[in-house]
Design a protein around this ligand. Structure first.
Ligand SMILES: Nc1ncnc2c1ncn2[C@@H]1O[C@H](COP(=O)(O)OP(=O)(O)OP(=O)(O)O)[C@@H](O)[C@H]1O
Ligand SMILES: [Mg+2]
Length: 319
C-alpha cells in the first residue's frame, strides 16, 4: 500500500494525528481594543507528519500521508492535499480538524502564532489509525510520526506505533515532545528529531553549550532509545549522533523570513535521502539544507526544491 520511490528507494509513510488547517496573514501592528485589518491570507494543510510528506513530495520523492480529518475545516484540508497531489489515507473523525492562525506584524517583523487544541478522538478513531498504519507497513520502509497528539489519544500512542512498525520490519522515525516523546523513547526508535528545547525539556535542563548537546544526544543512542538522534539547534545547525559517532554541522548562510516548518523540512529531507540510500552524512547535509531553505520562505511556507538543491551543493562543497 505504501508508495515506493521511483529509483527503487524505500517506501515512506507519514502519520499525523493532530493536523491543522494553517491560516496565515499579516497586519501592520498587533494591539488590543480595535479591529486589526489584515492583508491577504493563505491556507495550508499543516501538522508535523503532513508537512514532512509535502516536503518529500516537492523534493521528488513518493510518500503516503496518513492523517485524520473532520468537519468543514477537515473538508478544506482534504481538498488542499488533493491540490498538492500528495497520496493520502484519511481517517474520518467526528470532531472538527483544528485551525492554527499565524500573523506577521509588518512594522516589527514579529510573528504571532496561535495554536489551537485539536478535536478529541474516540478510542475507536485512534485504534483505527493504528490498524491502518499496521496494515500499510512495508518491511524495509520508513514510518514517520510527527507532531502533538490530540485529546483522547493515549500518551503511549507513538510507543504503540513504534512497536507495530518494528514488528513489521520497518524503521520508525519520530518528532514529538513531552510525555509522548518520553514514552516512545522508552520503547526505542530508529531516528528521533528533537529540537534543543524539546530535548532539554526531556532531560529537565536547558541544553546550553555544544558539550551538553552532544552528551544528551549520545545518551539516547547509548541507552538504546534511538539508533540515530538528529538534534536541531535552530540557527546554530544540528548534531547527528549514532553508534558511528557524532556529526556537527552549522547552517548555511541564508536570509531568514520565517522558521515555521523548518523542523519538518529538515526531517522530510533527512528521511527521503536515507530512503533513497544516501550515506548518512549526505542525508544529514540535505536535512540542514532543507531546514534552512524553509527559513528563507515566508510564514508557514515549506522549503522550495531549487533552494534545497542549491544549499545541498553549497554544503557538499565545504565538507
Ligand atoms: N534561523 C535559522 N537560520 C537558518 N536555518 C535555520 C534557522 N532556524 C532553523 N533552521 C534550520 O531548520 C532546522 C530545524 O530548526 P529548529 O532546530 O528550530 O527545529 P524545529 O523543529 O523547527 O523547532 P521546534 O520544534 O522547537 O519549534 C535547523 O537545524 C536548521 O537547519
Ligand atoms: Mg519541531
Amino acid at each position: 500500500m505504501e508508495a515506493s520511490q521511483p529509483s527503487g528507494a524505500k517506501p515512506i509513510l507519514t502519520v499525523t494525528m493532530n493536523p491543522a488547517l494553517d491560516v496565515s496573514t499579516s497586519t501592520d501592528r498587533v494591539y488590543s481594543g480595535h479591529k486589526l485589518r489584515c492583508g491577504t491570507s493563505r491556507l495550508d494543510p499543516g501538522g508535523g507528519g503532513v508537512n514532512v510528506a509535502r516536503v518529500i513530495q516537492r523534493l521528488g520523492g513518493q510518500v503516503l500521508a496518513v492523517y485524520t480529518a473532520g468537519g468543514p475545516p477537515g473538508e478544506a484540508y482534504r481538498r488542499l492535499m488533493e491540490g498538492e497531489q500528495v497520496p493520502s489515507l484519511v481517517i474520518p473523525i467526528k470532531g472538527s480538524t483544528r485551525q492554527n492562525f499565524t500573523v506577521d506584524e509588518n512594522s516589527t517583523g514579529n510573528q504571532f502564532r496561535f495554536v489551537l487544541e485539536g478535536a478529541e478522538l474516540s478510542e475507536d478513531e485512534w485504534r483505527t489509525c493504528l490498524q491502518l498504519v499496521g496494515r500499510s507497513i512495508s518491511p524495509g520502509g520508513y514510518v514517520v510520526a510527527s507532531g502533538s497528539l490530540p485529546p483522547g489519544v493515549p500518551e503511549d500512542f507513538y510507543a504503540q506505533l513504534a512497536r507495530l512498525v518494528r514488528k513489521g520490519g520497518a524503521r520508525f522515525v519520530v518528532d514529538t515532545s513531552g510525555q509522548p516523546l518520553a514514552e516512545v523513547l522508552a520503547e526505542g526508535v530508529f531516528l528521533v528529531k528533537p529540537s534543543k528545547r524539546e530535548l532539554g525539556e526531556h532531560f529537565g535542563a536547558p541544553l546550553e553549550g555544544e558539550r551538553n548537546q552532544i552528551e544528551a544526544a549520545s545518551a539516547l543512542v547509548a541507552s538504546g532509545s534511538a539508533e540515530y538522534v538528529a538534534l536541531t539547534l535552530g540557527d546554530a545547525g544540528a548534531i547527528l549522533a549514532s553508534k558511528e559517532g557524532v556529526i556537527r554541522l552549522p547552517v548555511p548562510s541564508v536570509r531568514v523570513l520565517s522558521t515555521v516548518g523548518a523542523g519538518d523540512s529538515f526531517l522530510g529531507a533527512l528521511v527521503l535521502r536515507l530512503a533513497q540510500g544516501c550515506p548518512v552524512e549526505a542525508a544529514f547535509r540535505s536535512a540542514l539544507a532543507a531546514g534552512s531553505a524553509a527559513a528563507m520562505t515566508p510564514a508557514t511556507e515549506l522549503c522550495h526544491r531549487k533552494d534545497v538543491e542549491r544549499l545541498e551543493e553549497e554544503l557538499a562543497a565545504v565538507s
